[in-house]
Design a protein around this ligand. Structure first.
Ligand SMILES: [Zn+2]
Length: 294
């Protein structure tokens, strides 16, 4: 089901192949309190032994990845979420990135001008960065032949209600592709092709979507940020301060995890550290993620 011959994690879902291109891996300490999931204290995490060692290390630090997921369906190649990007002023990071992301995509076998579509699960800065790249002082579309699919509700929300940081993110990562005529504003249940469609998972942001893949009786879903970390399967009420509506986000997690557990879905976590994927199972009052056995 998965392979890592050339250093890239890949998963086969019927006729569809998904490849992870990692931009960054990071750990978040829980001591005294982590800023990303404040309820995830060492004591809270240790109640869920299955999180160790893949998703929480022995120092009780949460492991995260920032990655783009390339989805190859018959006749169509898509990128789901485009990470942070190079050369971008991001107050939240305090530093500009200069990673080898573009070379890594090529090395994984994907020429930028062969990408047919870009999907952003939502419009936070760590999901839109490589929509554009800096060329001779200008932000230009990284994937010049792609249609960029943004949720209409999501786009309208940030256009109307974004703060000064959001406006900076939009100016360098959203507006240049709009101005290049490459954007389609789509509904939250938009169907991209026979194998790939969007499903609404609102809460983290108003128009947040996940990406459903179905082919030859196999199913997988790319979460986006409806969950940032597998600990939110054990504790669906653990919110992040970046959730637009924390109660809606928790409610989405409960109902959606319930459904995905029933449907034997392969869950591909956008911010989940390797092994990144697993089947979701009931555990006590909530859920757990079982990574595939290698
Ligand atoms: Zn994110």
């Amino acid at each position: 089901m998965s392979g890592q011959k050339d250093g890239f994690q890949r998963w086969q879902v019927g006729d569809v192949r998904v490849t992870s291109i990692i931009e960054m891996e990071t750990t978040v300490s829980c001591i005294p309190e982590n800023g990303l999931i404040p309820s995830a204290t060492p004591e809270g995490l240790r109640r869920h032994a299955w999180l160790y060692p893949h998703f929480v290390n022995q120092a009780d630090e949460l492991l995260f990845a920032i990655q783009a997921l390339i989805v190859e369906a018959p006749g169509k190649t898509l990128v789901v979420d485009t990470c942070i990007g190079n050369d971008k002023n991001r107050a939240a990071l305090g530093t500009m990135l200069a990673t080898s992301f573009l070379q890594d995509i090529e090395r994984a076998g994907f020429a930028r001008d062969r990408i047919d579509a870009v999907i952003c699960t939502h419009l936070h800065f760590d999901h839109i960065g490589w929509n554009t790249m800096l060329v001779e002082g200008r932000w230009v579309p990284t994937f010049p032949q792609a249609r960029y699919l943004f949720g209409r509700l999501e786009y309208d929300h940030w256009t109307a209600h974004g703060d000064e940081h959001d406006r900076v993110h939009f100016a360098d990562s959203v507006l240049p592709v709009v101005e290049a005529g490459l954007v389609d504003l789509v509904e939250m249940d938009h169907c991209i092709c026979d194998e790939i469609r969007l499903v609404p998972t609102p809460g983290h942001t108003p128009g947040h979507v996940s990406v459903m893949i179905e082919s030859r009786g196999q199913r997988a879903v790319i979460t986006g940020d409806m969950a940032h970390h597998p600990c939110q399967m054990a504790e669906p009420d653990w919110y992040t301060p970046f959730d637009f509506d924390p109660e809606a986000a928790a409610s989405t997690r409960r109902t959606t995890f319930e459904q995905w557990a029933r449907e034997e879905m392969l869950v591909i976590g956008t911010h989940f550290a390797a092994p990144t994927v697993g089947r979701i199972r009931h555990e006590g009052q909530a859920f757990r993620l079982d990574p595939p056995v290698r």
